[in-house]
Design a protein around this ligand. Structure first.
Ligand SMILES: C[S@@+](CC[C@H](N)C(=O)[O-])C[C@H]1O[C@@H](n2cnc3c(N)ncnc32)[C@H](O)[C@@H]1O
Length: 304
């Protein structure tokens, strides 16, 4: 049963004067993080540190939708937060079922409200609980499930490291995440700090399978990466289609440069002229290694 959310933890901040001073930098990013922010998005204080900005969530949703084999028809967002990724997955229209699992009642309340604002609340199956228990309970023996996980990163300390040791990630390190979810899906996607140790990422996954890593950037600076475990087909870029998607998502410009094994996508969001960029390079080991420079001033820098 869902615990009642503490009303005092659910906020609709529409005025800078009410906005918590220690979160002020996010005020200036609010319309990039949610393009419908002023239509009444709900947030908790903690959610600002971990929410996936909408242009990035949309880009991930597109990548996943295109790259996953057709027979995978269910996607599970194991750490749904206030809904950033779950909403984007539901809006993509690609899935028969989108599950959103969240263990904090106030955060879950925000996610449901935000999904309603984006018109997809009823397209998401909401699970209040611990994903490490719910996933084994619900998806044992299925082979049509994709698991997306944007776990807490254990505080901002990762950003001070040149290469972040994923064994130190708290409360769930990479081993824990991989071992918890891999028995229930052959398609795992982990949203991790931009400076994550690529060697640790590639040490997981089935033998003789590539691990793909894509960096997601704003203003040319990587904010986070996704590690894709399993079989994916990252297709050819279609400029017209990308522009169409960009229009629908309030992104005014989309561009891609294709070289032998480098893919780059740039998008400019209308309000704050932010740029999302994805760059992938296939290494000889078959790992897609991705470029991007770091910047210290984005919401994703201080995830939980
Ligand atoms: C980084 S946030 C996810 C942000 C989300 N992608 C979004 O865009 O809003 C991580 C979330 O995982 C939740 N969480 C942590 N451990 C969990 C668990 N075992 N099961 C379900 N949710 C969990 C936290 O409460 C937090 O809301």
């Amino acid at each position: 049963m869902e615990e009642p959310a503490q009303e005092s933890e659910v906020h609709e901040w529409l005025d800078v004067d009410q906005f918590p001073v220690h979160l002020k930098k996010y005020w200036y990013q609010r319309n990039t993080i949610w393009h419908r922010y002023h239509q009444g998005v709900w947030m908790t204080k903690d959610a600002w540190f971990g929410v996936t900005p909408e242009p990035i969530a949309n880009k991930i949703a597109i990548h996943v939708a295109e790259a996953v084999p057709d027979r995978q028809s269910i996607i599970v967002d194991a750490f749904a937060g206030v809904g950033g990724n779950a909403i984007a997955f539901a809006m993509s229209g690609r899935w028969d079922l989108v599950f959103a699992i969240e263990k904090d009642p106030a955060t879950m309340k925000c996610a449901k409200h935000n999904a309603e604002l984006y018109g997809v609340k009823d397209k998401i199956f909401w699970v209040y609980g611990d994903s490490l228990k719910e996933i084994p309970r619900r998806f044992q023996g299925r082979d049509d499930v994709v698991i997306f996980a944007s776990p807490p990163w254990g505080g901002p300390s990762y950003s001070g490291e040149e290469v972040y040791d994923l064994s130190q990630m708290r409360p769930y390190n990479l081993d824990k995440l991989y071992n918890s979810f891999s028995p229930f899906s052959k398609h795992l996607i982990f949203y991790l700090p931009r400076n994550s140790d690529i060697a640790q990422i590639s040490a997981h996954g089935p033998e003789n399978h590539d691990v793909h890593v894509a960096h997601y950037c704003i203003r040319g600076a990587s904010k986070a990466l996704c590690a894709f475990y399993g079989d994916y087909e990252f297709g050819e870029y279609d400029e017209e289609e990308e522009e169409e998607i960009a229009k629908e998502t309030d992104i005014t410009q989309a561009k891609k440069i294709t070289q032998e094994d480098t893919i780059q996508v740039e998008e400019t969001a209308t309000e704050e002229a932010d740029v999302s960029q994805v760059e992938e390079t296939t290494t000889e080991e078959g790992i897609v290694q991705v470029g991007g420079t770091a910047e210290e001033s984005n919401g994703q820098e201080t995830k939980e």
